[in-house]
Design a protein around this ligand. Structure first.
Ligand SMILES: [Zn+2]
Length: 613
């Protein structure tokens, strides 16, 4: 193939998945699993073949697996942590997760969850292993060499816990039998920061990219949904069969459902004999599934998700990047709402949009959520609010709840920096405000700094360069710097690494030789570029824009209808800055710092001055 032809082929074949991605190495897996479920005992047996590619430059003497179900046993770390949070008062209530509380302590032997490893071999040789509650440690008889592949073969048994959090069975509210997430022994991620054997305390996830081939044998009355593409739809039926096909299920009491899921980092399934299954094809390469029971929402509310998805998808893909998989399933589960590759488990349709948007930040970008929960939950929350506003045709500021949540935690004195490991926040309240609210504000406020249109380009470029690559905070910031042509390290230092807050105020204004001077003051410790809008009696407006010196750049004018005056940069060491309007003081009716409300100023009372003449 000649070079020009090669180039043309490369450009045509890899517009999304090929060139221009960073070349950071990452491990790769292929799981082949056969599961036999007993719906009377709620136990299942599993055979797992795991092909593992060590693409790292390191020699691995041991490997780790997650055994999440073991968290649902009295005295587990999740149980102890939850009950401890119950002793901490935050605002008006106990800090524990209302879904967990002390419920794990009260699980009976047939209600607990467990995953037991019966045997484990590497390349056919038995390996010795040790279980530390939710983590399995395997000291290998021979190390895995750099850039080599091994095969693990495992037999395991598990019992599905009574639903407490995320996974489990028989939630009393949704009446769904099986929400099967975190259900199989899952190898921990090993990356440029080493192993991530994070004990499960009900928080966040991180997984190895790979392919799944999962066969689930279960009572034939059960209807399944989950990650992946069903391989035998015409044998299964239940709404999965091709149009016009007459389904002939095998005569046995059980059916085997085989799913294949390419290029994902987890696999979830759910099962219930009462699921109603509806679908809509949004394009040849994408079908939306809804599987629900009309228990805690109506059929119409559930099936409306198909309309929502159809209306939202073009806007979502234009704003956040293409959805590359062939299906997405909204599945009724037993918890509030939880994201998985190609699917979500939600207690009701209200949570569905948020969980779907996780397909981008949890699913495709897949940051290490334990280290950067705000890059998953915060970005997802940002996307959800933006799409909600689009769907509701609303022009109101969409992030009021997030800003108020952040201001609330600042006021409480319990705020912790976004660099805190998700499991190690002192309170659930601080974790929620940080990951969801402060994380969403990070994106919206970035639009204040770079201009909204540039921020939108940053989001798309981030997706383009880092999808399927586990980016970290510095990776995002570098994209933002390159696209905006600004230095933004200071934004990360203050907003992510510290709990310093923003507070600017209007100090004073006076007239000099027919012109108006306005002195601004920086009261908070975090510096920002400043927009000041002056409104005049005749209704006209001026925008006065002062970049921050650390930016080494300026945002483009955002609203062409309002004339903008650009000032020399405000040095971050300086606590005041004076701007000037060419018009008389008595012409002015309002002076306001950041009328867009995007800058998270913890005291907005001193941002706006109304003059009455
Ligand atoms: Zn979320």
């Amino acid at each position: 193939m000649n070079r020009i032809f090669f180039l043309i082929v490369t450009i045509c074949l890899f517009p999304v998945f090929g060139a221009a991605q960073p070349d950071r190495w990452q491990q790769r897996v292929k799981y082949t699993m056969n599961i036999d479920m007993n719906v009377q005992t709620n136990r299942f047996t599993g055979k797992q073949k795991l092909e593992y590619w060590n693409n790292s430059p390191d020699t691995l003497a041991r490997v780790f697996y997650h055994l999440y179900f073991n968290a649902f046993q009295p005295g587990s770390m999740m149980d102890v942590r939850s009950r401890r949070q119950g002793t901490i008062m935050v605002g008006r209530g106990q800090d524990w997760d209302q879904r967990v509380r002390d419920r794990i302590l009260n699980l009976k032997p047939d209600e607990i969850g467990y995953q037991k490893i019966i045997s484990l071999k590497m390349n056919g040789r038995p390996q010795s292993f040790q279980m530390e509650e939710t983590i399995l440690e395997v000291k290998l008889d021979k190390p895995i060499l750099p850039r080599s592949k091994v095969q693990f073969d495992m037999d395991f048994e598990a019992q599905v816990p009574l639903q407490v959090r995320r996974s489990g069975r028989d939630n009393p509210s949704s009446k769904v039998r099986y929400s099967m997430s975190q259900w199989y022994p899952k190898i921990c991620e090993y990356d440029y920061e080493g192993w991530h054997p994070t004990p499960y305390v009900a928080r966040e996830f991180y997984g190895v990219w790979g392919d799944f081939d999962v066969s689930i044998t279960i009572d034939k009355k059960y209807i399944l949904g989950g990650t992946g593409y069903l391989q035998n739809p015409n044998q299964i039926g239940y709404g999965y069969e091709d149009a016009g096909v007459k389904v002939k299920q095998p005569a046995a009491d059980k059916l085997t459902w085989r799913f294949i899921a390419p290029n994902v980092h987890d696999f979830m399934w759910a099962a219930d004999p009462g699921y109603i299954h509806v679908t809509r094809k949004l394009r040849d390469s994408l079908t939306i599934h809804v599987l629900y029971k009309p228990t805690n929402a109506t059929s119409q509310q559930w099936e409306d998700l198909l309309n929502m998805a159809e209306k939202a998808l073009p806007y979502i893909e234009k704003t956040f990047g293409p959805y590359p998989y062939k299906q997405f399933s909204f599945i009724h589960g037993g918890d509030g709402g939880m994201e998985y590759p190609m699917a979500t488990l939600c207690i009701g349709p209200g949570a569905a949009l948020h969980e779907w948007m996780h397909s981008w930040y949890y699913g495709m970008l897949a940051t290490n959520e334990s280290l950067y929960p705000w890059m998953d939950e915060g970005f997802t929350q940002y996307a959800e609010e933006r799409i909600s506003a689009f769907l509701n045709n609303s022009s109101a500021f969409p992030y009021t709840d997030e800003y108020n949540g952040y201001y609330g935690i600042v006021k409480s004195g319990r705020e912790e920096p976004l660099t805190t490991h998700a499991d190690h926040y002192n309170t659930n309240a601080a974790y929620g405000a940080a990951a969801y609210s402060k994380g969403a504000i990070f994106v919206e406020q970035l639009g204040y700094i770079t201009g909204a249109a540039v921020r939108d380009k940053i989001l798309l470029e981030y997706y383009r360069q880092w999808r399927f690559k586990h980016p970290n905070a510095a990776d995002f910031l570098r994209i933002a710097e390159k696209v905006s042509d600004m230095k933004l390290d200071w934004y990360k230092e203050y907003w992510i690494n510290s709990t310093k807050t923003i507070d600017y105020g209007i100090d004073s204004l006076w007239e000099e030789a027919g012109k108006t001077k306005v002195r601004l003051s920086r009261i908070g410790l975090m510096p920002m570029p400043i927009d000041v809008q002056i409104t005049f009696k005749d209704g006209s407006k001026e925008l006065h824009y002062i970049p921050l010196n650390l930016m080494y750049g300026q945002k483009p004018q955002e609203d062409p209808a309002i004339p903008r005056k650009l000032y020399d940069a405000w040095k971050w060491t300086n606590s005041s800055y004076t701007i000037e309007s060419g018009r008389k003081l008595t012409d002015i009716t309002i002076v306001e710092i950041d009328p867009s409300l995007r800058m998270a100023d913890v005291d907005r009372k001193n941002n706006r001055l109304e003059l009455k003449w």
